[in-house]
Design a protein around this ligand. Structure first.
Ligand SMILES: [Zn+2]
Length: 577
């Protein structure tokens, strides 16, 4: 079977070789959520909206139409999750009573997009791209791509958009691209990457440093015969600099469609700060950096695309210039470590230790070694007297209670776990400290600094995780184990009252140099006030391979003593510069 190139795709090619830019659409799945589509289901999130093609086709069509009206040259089918949906070994998808065949959904998705375009009278101008999301990493995924070609013989898109790829090395993605091209379908390929590596929705970098591997792959994909190379699903602040860098490796038309907002389980959280006008301004910069294709990924809405399309009218991509956005290469943190006095407090009668009365509920973890290190310091230095305090990640409440016991005027305890907050509050009551303790269930990624504190204490999980086995999705994979830790650092400037300070535990499995960089970026200053050896627990022990990768690629470390693996916990005191 060989498909012939559509007139609409020929028109796109003509646009790309000319000076006008191609306008892609914005998000579909998150737009269904934003518009409060009545039947949008959580199960849809697993397939990033694919199921909506079956159970709410009108809503999908409606989203497409908004993008057609916004002036898009390309409408993308709502099929991002097709690879995973097809791989399910159940009767159809999780759609309730009626099993549905994913191939029917694929065909319908193309049909819905075509009809939406047709109803607005733009059938000749507006192309349909079939979205395939994520890396092709199993034989089953590859088979699904092969089967999709059979769907396309009934209902063909104008081209295929393989998007949000992360991997450079898996040959199956290359095989999938070749399959599609050999069948006569043009293929555009988009990576969730900036020039520094794989980039998550929060802008966090995964993976080891890869030099110019991405650039070299771009050249290879050009040889294989793809039609365009894009970057997507990264935050806007990560975009700049990548296209000029890619242009050194390839003459392919380059494009970009980043995210606005972030994924906070179980839904997308929209960015309220970047409106259509601001988005259009940024698009002009990307255009000037050489983008010939511009659109939006998760969280980007029709109004953004409309403003962008209007602003881009008449613009030209400039000859890409050498990159000037990078220079932040310092690695030393001069004021953490050397020179600082690292000491334990040994001058007091501490047998038995005056531990607050602590009851640990079933679902709540007892204090960790990191929590105990923090607690020791609060006890020893009587931290918090007369202060407004914040405990990030309170767990059963040990550090919250110690701050309250030290005479804090108020302690606010935060945790992502409802059970932990309840446990902390009941322990406060148990110790007669409930008057000065309040507790809140908060996802730290959504934590806003509504007020400031004199003392902030934080001990958050730090678990390096291998993204290799996981397909690219919308949940951030914590390659370096520092997602939450870095987030805490980034919000500290807004949380700290004038003269305030934070006490934060960092393990040696995280790079000191990277912490230095994060602190500098936030205008903060740190010193080590205590440290302690700590055996790796089961969760970390299971990730030794990933931990070694992180250690090979950075200054992170742990000790191997016989069969034991031991890291160091550092207690950092952080304040403004
Ligand atoms: Zn996205």
């Amino acid at each position: 079977m060989k498909l012939s190139r559509s007139a609409r795709y020929a028109a796109l090619e003509a646009t790309l070789s000319g000076e006008r830019c191609v306008i892609l659409d914005g998000a579909v799945a998150t737009e269904l959520q934003a518009r409060g589509a009545r039947d949008f289901r959580l199960s849809d999130n697993d397939h990033w909206g694919f199921e909506a093609v079956e159970h709410m086709p009108e809503a999908v069509a409606d989203v497409h139409k908004r993008y057609v009206e916004a002036g898009c040259d390309v409408i993308t089918t709502n099929t991002y999750g097709v690879l995973d949906a097809a791989g399910r070994r159940v009767t159809g998808l999780a759609l309730g009573a009626r099993p549905v065949h994913w191939m029917d959904l694929a065909r319908n998705a193309v049909r819905i997009a075509r009809q939406a375009i047709g109803e607005l009278g733009r059938s000749d101008e507006c192309a349909v791209a079939f979205s395939i999301g994520g890396d092709v990493v199993t034989d089953e995924h590859l088979k699904t791509v092969q089967l999709l070609l059979r769907c396309f013989s009934d209902e063909a898109p104008d081209f295929v958009l393989l998007e949000t790829l992360t991997m450079l090395k898996d040959d199956r993605t290359r095989d999938a691209i070749r399959l599609l091209i050999d069948a006569g379908l043009p293929v555009w390929v988009s990576f969730r990457r900036c020039r520094d590596g794989v980039c998550g929705i929060h802008g966090q970098l995964w993976g080891d440093p890869q030099g110019d591997d991405f650039g070299r792959l771009a050249a290879e994909l050009e040889e294989i015969g793809i039609g365009a190379l894009l970057i997507n699903c990264l935050p806007v602040h990560r975009v700049s600099g990548t296209l000029p860098w890619l242009a050194d490796f390839t003459d392919l038309p380059l494009g970009v469609y980043p995210n606005l907002g972030r994924y906070v389980d179980p839904a997308w959280r929209f960015d309220e700060t970047i409106g259509p006008a601001e988005y259009a301004d940024m698009a002009l910069i990307w255009r000037a950096e050489g983008a010939r294709i511009l659109g939006g990924c998760c969280g980007v809405r029709p109004a953004h695309i409309a403003a962008m399309a209007e602003a881009l009218t008449g613009t030209r991509p400039l000859a890409p210039m050498g990159d000037t956005t990078h220079g932040d290469t310092d690695t030393a943190l001069s004021d953490t470590g050397e020179g600082a006095k690292w000491q334990d407090d040994r001058g007091r009668d501490l047998f038995p230790l005056p531990v607050p009365e602590l009851s640990c509920d079933d679902e709540v973890s007892p204090p960790t070694a990191a929590g105990l290190l923090l607690w020791k310091h609060l006890l020893r230095d009587e931290v918090g007297r007369g202060k407004q305090c914040l405990d990030i990640g309170c767990g059963a409440g040990l550090t919250t209670l110690q701050l309250a016991r030290n005479g804090a005027s108020q302690v606010t305890a935060l945790d992502a776990s409802r059970a932990a907050v309840a446990n902390t509050l009941s322990n406060a009551f148990r110790n007669g400290l409930d008057r000065v303790v309040d507790g809140h269930v908060v996802d730290l990624y959504t934590l806003d600094a509504e007020r400031t504190y004199d003392i902030v204490v934080a001990s958050v999980p730090q678990v390096p995780t291998d993204p290799g086995g996981e397909r690219s999705g919308h949940r951030p994979v914590d390659y370096w184990g520092r997602n939450l830790f870095d987030h805490v650092l980034s919000i500290l400037p807004a949380l700290l009252a004038p003269g305030g300070r934070a006490l934060v535990v960092q393990s040696s499995l995280l790079s000191q140099a990277e912490t230095a960089r994060q602190l500098r970026r936030a205008g903060l200053h740190a010193r080590v006030i205590d440290h302690q050896a700590c055996p790796l627990g089961a969760e970390l022990h299971d990730r030794l391979e990933q931990i070694r990768r992180v250690e090979d690629a950075s200054d992170a470390y742990h000790y191997t003593w016989g069969d034991d693996h031991v890291m160091t916990l550092y207690l950092l005191e952080i304040s403004r510069d």
